[in-house]
Design a protein around this ligand. Structure first.
Ligand code: NAP
Length: 261
């Protein structure tokens, strides 16, 4: 199926590895030009080279998306270098474990600025560009802790639930401009950042990292983790021209982790 993404321009936040990289990769496979962002130059350069090898225009922009200035810089450079924007994917973030007692104000600032306010700031700066597209797309990447209770997941439940509310409001505000705003809600996904995280959780629980991973697999209906590309491919369809009447929704791609009906 031709997704109608050839020649479109997409900006993806936090995209030198993991789910952001996979989304960029799926978009590039469809002929979509991509603007990538991260803080680490070396990984970003490699990601840009990987996208260029697929035959699309790719640009890498070093920025700190935990600040509004960094978000604005990413969007303005992405739009200038690609020649406009049709698609924004808000992806940057990640799990910083913690409890109500252990997370101090400085850590809350990092968590909320990266996992939530970056979505708000990047969207704000992207709207004027995406409005010119005529059929723009905004896709947010949240996570299953925004849909189903996972005791202990305080630091991701707060931003993820807020992202769902933010996306709904933006869908209402941008609908008249024919811009759709949706959220993809991945389950546990086998990204690079899970290596040290699983080790840390294993140490805390006195079990092995394999046991941590098997425990997660057991919570899904498919009995396994997602591969990043499975999230990337679903995301590419969600922002494509083939998906024109879906807006304000949260789409779970979680192998059956969530159990409500
Ligand atoms: N992996 C999962 O199991 C899972 C499950 C559900 C939801 N999610 C969500 O999916 C998204 C991506 O997760 P992931 O596991 O793919 O993360 P990841 O592997 O840690 O990758 C994060 C990406 O964002 C960049 N980044 C991080 N902080 C940044 C900042 N302040 N400014 C600019 N770039 C920054 C990183 O590059 P630099 O470090 O070089 O900046 C990297 O490219 C997150 O929102 C996460 O909450 C993940």
């Amino acid at each position: 199926m031709d997704l109608g993404l050839k020649g479109k321009n997409a900006a993806i936040t936090g995209s030198s590895q993991g789910i952001g990289y996979a989304i960029a990769s799926s978009l590039a496979d469809e002929g979509c030009n991509v603007a990538l962002s991260a803080r680490n130059q070396e990984r970003l350069d490699q990601a840009v080279a990987d996208m260029e090898a697929k035959g699309v225009k790719a640009v890498g922009i070093i920025c700190d998306l935990s600040t509004e200035a960094g978000c604005g810089e990413f969007i303005e450079k992405a739009a200038a270098e690609l020649g406009g924007l049709d698609i924004l994917v808000n992806n940057v973030g990640g799990m910083i474990p913690g409890t109500i007692d252990s997370v101090d104000d400085a850590l809350w600032d990092t968590i909320l600025n990266t996992n939530l306010m970056s979505f708000v700031h990047t969207t704000k700066h992207a709207i004027p560009h995406i409005k010119k597209s005529g059929a723009g797309r905004v896709l947010n990447v949240s996570g299953v802790t925004g849909k189903q209770l996972m005791p202990g997941a305080l630091t991701t439940t707060i931003p993820n639930t807020a992202i769902h509310g933010f996306a709904k409001i933006m869908a209402a505000e941008l609908g008249p401009d024919n811009i759709t705003v949706n959220t993809i809600c991945p389950g546990f996904t086998n990204t690079e950042s899970w290596g040290p995280r699983a080790d840390g959780m294993a140490k805390m629980k006195g079990i092995t990292a394999d046991q941590v991973r098997d425990g997660v697999s057991g919570m899904t209906l498919l009995g396994r983790w997602a591969e990043p590309q499975e999230i990337g491919d679903a995301a590419a369809w969600m922002v494509s021209g083939k998906n024109s009447y879906q807006t304000g929704t949260v789409v779970e791609v979680c192998g059956g982790y969530t159990k409500y009906i």
